[in-house]
Write a protein that binds this ligand. Structure first.
Ligand SMILES: [Ca+2]
Length: 351
């Protein structure tokens, strides 16, 4: 056990990660994974403007790309009013104190662009802003996140939406990268990119939003002993002649790991078990056990094939197990039992 712990510590020391980036004063940092290839994002409080990069990436050199950004207080924006002919004052008057926006001057408020032609005035705003103010003289930011909230058709971001002056930005939970479309989140394959901390005797299983380190261990049964014949399979050692309890124990146990997103529709096929060669006259397939049995069913889908089905959707995060048993018989005598243990890792999100 100590040995395992030592190995774990050894791996912990060598996870490739960048130093924890501090959030800027008057702002915050989004993103909690600092491994190579991961991104962090920076935002400023209202009234502050981000100077520097909005996003930094942890580079192979274990340094963050770009410079640490700052949040700079926005100096009172000079609102140049569209002077209507009646108010020909040369000095632009500040926002009247009755205006509700005067106290929250930020870059979410901008002057409008007005043109005067033949006594009429036409004012427009930049993209992402809408005209407001008593004389259409200011533009206020459109909160796209509020307009298209999460969980509604046409939503902007699959996870988190942050409104910015004139635009918006989508954020993903840790373990995901923002997709190229800027709205969806795609899983980071920690196993493929070596961002996992699984030890040498463990296997890395990529999951949606994370990864799992699994150890395949052959069972210790009273009546039978097993030996690992491949990383995912254990086979029973030969039984003593006449040892019935031993011959009734599974001849082989295979392990499989599946990753799924939350709330996948059902019914759906999860896994198929087939007999490579059949010695007896009958094959039977059934669900032997496992956590969350109510979600699964086993059906025969061919002469030598059984199918593990998901029958009701699973809400994540969850880890469930299903055991599919195939038994081979000859004139009603059991020739062998073969167990397939399927572990399902279900993400907390529908992506
Ligand atoms: Ca992953």
């Amino acid at each position: 056990r100590n040995n395992i712990l030592n190995k774990y510590l050894y791996f912990c020391l060598f996870i490739a990660a960048c130093p924890k980036p501090e959030p800027p004063t008057h702002g915050r940092r989004l993103g909690r994974v600092f491994g190579v290839g991961h991104e962090v994002h920076f935002l400023c409080k209202p009234g502050y403007e981000l100077i520097g990069p909005r996003t930094r990436v942890c580079l192979d050199s274990l340094k963050w790309s770009g410079q640490q950004p700052m949040c700079k207080r926005q100096s009172n924006i000079e609102l140049t009013y569209c002077n209507t002919p009646s108010s020909s004052s040369s000095s632009p008057s500040p926002l009247s104190s009755s205006s509700p926006t005067s106290s929250t001057l930020s870059s979410s408020v901008r002057p409008s662009h007005c043109t005067h032609f033949l006594g009429s005035t036409r004012c427009t705003c930049d993209v992402g802003f809408t005209i407001s103010g008593r004389d259409n003289n200011i533009c206020t930011d459109i909160d796209e996140c509020l307009l298209f909230p999460l969980g509604q058709p046409g939503r902007l971001c699959v996870h988190q939406c942050v409104n910015t002056p004139g635009s918006f930005h989508c954020f993903c939970p840790s373990g995901y990268d923002l997709s190229r479309d800027g709205r969806s989140c795609s899983d980071v394959d920690e196993c493929e990119t070596r961002m996992h901390n699984c030890t040498g005797d463990q296997m890395c299983v990529n999951t949606y939003g994370g990864f799992q380190c699994v150890t395949v261990e052959c069972p210790l049964l009273k009546n039978a002993t097993y030996i690992k014949t491949s990383p995912m399979r254990c086979e029973r050692n030969p039984c003593m002649l006449g040892d019935k309890a031993c011959t009734q124990a599974p001849s082989s146990i295979s392990f499989h790991y599946l990753s799924m997103v939350s709330n996948m529709s059902a019914p759906r096929v999860l896994f198929r078990v087939s007999a490579a060669r059949v010695l007896g006259d009958t094959l039977r397939f059934g669900l032997a056990g496992g956590r969350g049995r109510g979600h699964f069913s086993v059906q025969r889908s061919g002469r030598q094939t059984g199918t593990l089905l998901l029958v009701t959707p699973i809400k994540g995060p969850a880890t469930l197990e299903a055991e599919v048993e195939m038994s081979e018989l000859e004139r009603n005598n059991l020739l062998g039992r073969y167990l397939t243990k399927v572990t399902l890792f279900i993400s907390p999100y529908v992506f």
